[in-house]
Design a protein around this ligand. Sequence first.
Ligand code: NAP
Length: 516
Amino acid sequence: MTELLPNYVAGRWQAGSGAGTPLFDPVLGTELARVDATGLDLPEAFAFAREQGGNALRALTYRQRAGLLGAIVKVLQANRDAYYEIATANSGTVKNDSAVDIDGAIFTVGQYAKWGDTLGDVRALRDGEAVKLGKEPVFQSQHLQVPTHGVALFINAFNFPSWGLWEKAAPALLSGVPVIVKPATATAWLTQRMVRDVVDAGVLPAGALSVVCGSSAGLMDALQPFDVASFTGSAETAAIIRSHPAVAERSVRVNIEADSLNSALLLPGAAPGSDAFNLLVREVVREMTVKSGQKCTAIRRILVPAEVYDAAAEAIGAKLAGVSVGNPRNESVRMGSLVSRAQLDAVRDGLDALASQTTVLHDSRNKPLVDADPKVAACIGPVLLGARDADAAQRVHDVEVFGPVATLLPYRDLAHGMALAHRGQGSLVTSLYGSDDAALAQVALSVAPSHGRVHVVTPEVAQAHTGHGNVMPMSLHGGPGRAGGGAELGGLRALDFYHRRSAVQASPGVLAALGL
Ligand code: NAP
């Protein structure tokens, strides 16, 4: 029997009372550990976090809590090697792809530690200046942001067991709000291990950080009005979360990061072989292959002027042909596996769903795997699809194949290209490629309403740009509509979610005594 990973709630490690759900190595097929949350007293767990964790965190200032984040960074850095081993075994990712999750998390916590320090030794934040409520300034209104007196529940997706925890926990803890994280079952081990290390290091007050591994049953039921819930995952589960009584009746604030049909758009005039064309090709290949395409921000739709469609297909296909796929422990492997056989089935189903509306432009599905058994490993080579009639291929704008798959689509003119980008019904990110600053700026403004982030790649930023799919803590993460309507990160803007806005109406003397 493999180890049953304990949960950490109500200030103590507690094993579930059931047999547990096994976690697997998606390349070797071996069982690694089990998770189970059966029998946990969730009302007790939430009350402990809310009261003990919340009171202890709120007793500190922003600067002191920033110090806690700094201490977390040290703990995570000290245990980094173990995290890479877990990611290789449980997520099937090569080292560079594990880095996106692990080092991306450490970097993000470090950023919030720095930003938090600038907020100083206060326990509430001023929101704008005081304004007079009458003719004379004797009675004024001062808006404040105060930490919510609740717990932050995170229900996370399988593809970022590390970053998914810390990109949410850093702003929550900095805000003075305790965290309960429920990682996706398939990859819960890394999240659980990181929480274990931070708990064992004793750097946080009791109740500030808890982890529940296994079923989500009962978690949403435990939420009360001042709690917040942050969900990352599929649109189907998001719909269940949104309609839960905690949200619908108790007004629990909820943030949803769901799936997204992100696009890359090559502006007109970029000839095959030009810098802009080559930058698009490089980024598309990177996005299709990093984490085997299991990134919510990955490019799914590639929009190019009709006259370069064939050249783009050839250039992207040529690069994809050079991508080695297989066991991430073999250093010659560039792309590891999907997270599970179930995910492999989902990718195959997605390809089937797109088959009638697309043609296959490049196919590495039958390429031999390196050091991996195709009957066991959840590996699949990249597939580039194409649809010459981008308008008619409705499913391409609707079906997210969560793997190394993207579809090339030609557009007639720029207006058509932008209309196709909007067909994603709201996306996390689009990237634009070209060399005319004025034209790129106009397109950026036009597509911004349906995208949380617009990533513009020009030849002069070829080396400096941070990557279409790479979520930087300085920039907003989240998109409207189909992408879930969420908003995370964006520097200190992330703190808004964990604060309540209140207006104190009083004399200038009282307002000055607030000490902000
Ligand atoms: P999922 O199946 O929706 O699961 C997400 C989380 O919800 C898991 O922790 C899951 O737990 C939990 N869950 C399942 N049913 C639930 C219920 N009835 N009530 C409460 N929680 C429930 O999604 P996934 O397959 O893990 O993730 C892939 C999807 O996430 C993709 O569509 C991707 O685009 C999206 N994603 C979006 C972002 C973003 O930031 N926008 C980031 C990453 C991924 P179990 O694992 O135990 O079932």
